[in-house]
Design a protein around this ligand. Sequence first.
Ligand SMILES: [Zn+2]
Length: 1004
Amino acid sequence: MAMFWEFFTFEIRFRIKSVSTYVYFLVWFAFSFLSVASESFGPVGNSNGKVLLNGPYANSYNDLGSCLFGVIIIAAIFGTSILRDFQRDTYQILFTKPVSKFAYLGGRWAGSFVTTVFAFSGMLFGTFLGTFAPWADHARIGANHPSWYIQPFLSIIVVQIFFMGSLFFTVAGLTRKIFVVYLQGVALFMLYIIGLTVFSATRSLEHFWSGILDPVGLLLFNDITRYWTVIEMNTHLLPWDFSGNSPGIFLYNRLLWTAVGLLSLGGLWTFFPMSIEALTARSQGKRAAKARLQDAEEERPIRSLVAGRLPRVRQIFGPGTSLAQYLSLTRLRIHTITHEIPFWAIVGLLIVFAANNGHFAGHAGGADVWPVTYLMLQAVEGSATLFFFIVATLYAAELIWRERDNHFDGIHDALPMSETTDWISKFTAIVLVEAVLLAVTMLVGIVMQTIAGYYRYELLQYLKELYIVTLPQIVAFTFFALFIQTMVSNKFVGHGIVIGVFVLQPILFSFGWENTLYLPGATPPYTYSDMNGYGHFVPALFWSIAYWVSIFAFLGLVSIAYTRRGSDDSLGARTRLAWRRAPRLVPAATLLLLSAAGSGFWYFYNAHILNEYLTARDRRRIRAGYERDFKQYELLPQPKVTAVDAAVNIYPERRSFDGTGRFTLQNKSAAPITQVHVTDEQQSVSNVQFDRRFHLVSRAPRDLYSIYALDRPLDPGEVLTLTFSVGHTTRGFRDGNEPAEFAYNGTFFDAGYFPQIGYDQGFEIDDPRRRREEKLGPLEEMAPRGEPAHSRINLFSPNSDWITWHTVVSTSGEQVAIAPGYLQRAWQQDGRRFYEYSMGATHIANFYSYLSARYTTRKEAYSGPYGPVNLEVYYDPAHIYDIEDMLASSRAGLDYFQAHYSPFQFTQYRIMEFPRYRSFAQSFPNTVPYSEGIGFIGRMLHNDDVDLTYFVTAHELGHQWWGHQLIGAQVQGSNMMSETLAQYSAYMVMQQKYGKDYMRTLLS
Ligand SMILES: [Zn+2]
């Protein structure tokens, strides 16, 4: 027992001195701390806003996640403890001593176990301390109950460490190869992810064995908590007893895997040989071969010891030498990186991750879609971005420190070679390796597309995304990592800083630091669209990347100047050296600083001078101010819009439009109206005129709310004409927050750009967290039915009841412009296309939109019991998959709704595709804009697949009745009459096609 204690304390002492122990602890500390302290971090924080961030559900879920991603850490600690003796060949000395098997294996195992439990206890401390962060959302943090921490930690993490750790320990003990241990960790992780994928692909409803046999517990967790309400999530721990769904599976699962852990330890106990002879036996063959080789060497003739004449050597140090040095060093460094197992572990993980995510690229929100390239890239690259940054971080440090770690620096530093050549070869090696990893990602993406049966390979898009957008960002990060590793005196401190800066970004962002120019390496968000490519996102992306690459490349130059050379590598000595090296670097440095200043200025000019720069918080403040100042006018009687006539010119190439409009307003109240109030949320309205004398009473900043007084009040029943100009001009680019309405191909904006009569309740902030932040009371509940004031207000368009509609819209080039109504006439003038639309005598909701894009059109005539209806789909030429489906759903809907509800009020029904910057479909009168992201790449793979396109099309058609024929007031229950009945209508259309059994699948 004393000897056990000896081994145990040795292991513990060794781990206490090891930096990696604290790094592991910090990883879990940071992860759990941020999960609580930053509301948008972690899976629970981002989900339902009512689940407590330190509640039992959140803690259990985070603990499970740490076990899945912590497999590598468990492998590293348990695996290395036993391998240390074999790597350093100390076992030969060790086993000459009378060491007992129990003391040796037990001591090492127990020491590793305690160390790993300590590392993972970072989860406890992080969560706990996170609850005290003053900036956290304390509405989502409950009182700290010890059992909410201890129970998940003991039953999930500690059991997992026991089981996984014992397994790794056993494999390490029996194979005595670190390679196998790492491989096992990677393989376990891979197999688990693949298992999950396969299991969820079968959509099995089996929840008993899947939970028990789950070695990590994600399925188990889902089986137990799938029907939990928010209250249960905030009070229930995973049950040890036989209560709840799938009773007892948590207990069975833990027992099963504890037993597996015990069994593996038993196996090790039985098969581990405690003798040098046995331990070395396996390598006898190899040794014999080596000995034979040595014998053969010795038989060669012995060279004379007398010095011969040395050949004359001419030393040349020109550009050619530098190039040769550079090439050979680069080759050497790539060789160093690629000949180590961790690199291949990363590549393996990358491939498995990408393949797994790539498999899911074709499954979005429970439905199957075509894995188009932007989805595939998002899947294979999006998740792998972390790998690319890990590789840059890791190898920047390895290459900078390599000579010093191997005590080779004395020789290396004395070589006749410039620091620049040496440095550039390191940089090149990393970038080349990254480029290869990106190529691997691309290959996986293409393979996964092929496996999914999608053969429209868009190589150009892959190359653009991976090598023009992503690679420069990795390059910038590599410069940064090389710089940090050069400046700091310890590799691990360097890692801490590099990772810290990376992790800090999303946190700073959520605190309102959204300025791309301040966030190291940041780029504004962008969305690729098949309709529009990278479109208008290109300039902002290009200039932000140019800006950060220039800055980080400059830091790279600084790190060349500060390169360690010689034995005195104190910062002072290196600064002196840096000044001596500086002159050579000045031209490049000047160029980079100029480039940084230039691109930074251009970015600033566009994002802050041409456009008003607003953070998310600023925009919320504007809305909160609007509510505070003008909600008092919400119920002020205002004239209602009865007719709209507008002329709109869309300039897609400039992402702009202009136009004029005329509203006919009528006083439908019982008292005279003296003031007309106009809300203008988009700052798009100007030149407001009434057809009688009036004057402006007040105007809020940004034209948000204007009050006009009529010199002669508008009597009940009397009519007033309001004319105005509308328009939106895009100037340069913004720092994110580009309005999604305007695109080079796929303009889509609605009546929100026209004057809104009166106060707009829809502009109020509805997120309760944000309302608390702005000191606003809870959002007002809907008025009860029968409440007199609200009963007279239309649910969707408070400033009107039904209107008549006429418009002329023009657009440029080859585009088609569409607005609700029947096409009266189309003509060309001055190179622009004009379209006149009118609803004729049919009254519609005050709800209209304008679209313009290059469309392919499919038209078809539907003949129903109440006359023909023209069905039309306007779509991107590449998105041919779902057009038939949309038409079929439209026909089926018209059949069903006309038979069961009432005749369709129009003679046309049109669907138009718009870019995926927004993902919804919306029902305007006989006109349905439909996002490319949800309906046009839908796909039916299995008989029980949910046909989302068919469903959404029927839902939007349903709104032509529920919302466009029958509409409620702003009182409780009205949403039932629009949204719920449209949904019901869609279900009925589905049932007509697929039958009752299918509906069960759909509704589950
Ligand atoms: Zn709807």
